[in-house]
Design a protein around this ligand. Structure first.
Ligand SMILES: Nc1ncnc2c1ncn2[C@@H]1O[C@H](COP(=O)(O)OP(=O)(O)OP(=O)(O)O)[C@@H](O)[C@H]1O
Length: 252
């Protein structure tokens, strides 16, 4: 893992209706690092994702992507700078094939509007890339099927394919194994490990087996703050984290 920082949050704050829900978050992710963001419901994990991906704008503090200040950038600009965020299944196009869903993501990265899709050579590049990504997530044989007809686990894999299609260097995944059984979750962990190799990963996840199986470091949020960020052993031994998870196992 490199020492260079991919993503850096410095004193990030955000309030809604005068209630501060992100209360000065500092977080640093090194290139190639996999970090899981955990914490109780309402801790601020999704809000932090929304700030990093540009959906919401921070009231104070700075967010840097590869050293570049993206605090006030649009989601599109942040995406173009190399940060991709997974979207829930509902944002897949259910009537388009798995292939077409992934190709849309590739074309978006290439900057094409629908009107320019007739540039056949580039279209072929996008199709090749879409096939390559579908193969990596194990969906090549079902590439022609409408996304809405895929099994739940396959739709989650397609969501991952759409996220990695544009070859972003920093990837944000929002509960990638939610709703999966143990075997499906294990397969998803292996898939995420494979397709994000060498990339920087920040993931919100409630399933502790997934968290401990995948993350190099674990950031624990509570009440809008990151109260600990460390390797698995130190997180397990952290008294504040133990208090937070008093009624639940932190071991998964
Ligand atoms: N757009 C908004 N307007 C007002 N309050 C909001 C908004 N978005 C989030 N909040 C509040 O901010 C707090 C943190 O919510 P957030 O969804 O970020 O937590 P979370 O850690 O992702 O929780 P969960 O694990 O349940 O998804 C909650 O109290 C929530 O009600």
């Amino acid at each position: 893992m490199s020492e260079a920082l991919s993503l850096e949050l410095q004193g990030v704050r955000k309030a809604f209706d005068r209630a501060e829900i992100i209360c000065g978050v500092d977080l640093q992710l090194r290139e190639g690092e996999r970090c899981a963001l955990i914490g109780p419901n309402g801790a601020g994990k999704s809000s932090l994702f929304n700030l990093v991906s540009g959906r919401h704008r921070a009231d104070a503090g700075r967010i840097l992507l590869h050293g570049e200040d993206i605090t006030r950038s649009t989601p599109q600009a942040i995406n173009r700078l190399g940060l991709a965020r997974s979207f829930q299944i509902s944002s897949l196009f259910p009537r388009l094939s798995a292939f077409e869903n992934v190709r849309c993501a590739v074309l978006w990265k290439l900057g094409y509007r629908y009107a320019f899709w007739r540039r056949i050579g580039r279209l072929r590049d996008a199709a090749d890339r879409a096939h390559e990504v579908l193969e990596r997530v194990g969906l090549l044989a079902r590439a022609h099927l409408p996304a809405g007809e895929l099994s739940y686990a396959d739709q989650r894999a397609l969501e991952l394919a759409v996220t990695i299609a544009a070859d972003a260097s920093v990837i944000l995944l929002d509960e990638p194994t939610a709703g999966m059984n143990r075997a499906e979750a294990q397969a998803m962990v292996a898939l995420i490990r494979e397709v994000t190799h060498g990339k920087t990963l920040l993931m919100v996840e409630h399933d502790m087996q997934v968290v401990f199986g995948l993350a190099d470091r674990i950031a624990v949020m509570d009440n809008g703050r990151v109260i600990a960020c460390d390797g698995a052993e130190r997180i397990r031994a952290n008294p504040e984290v133990q208090r937070l998870y008093l009624n639940r196992s932190i071991d998964g």
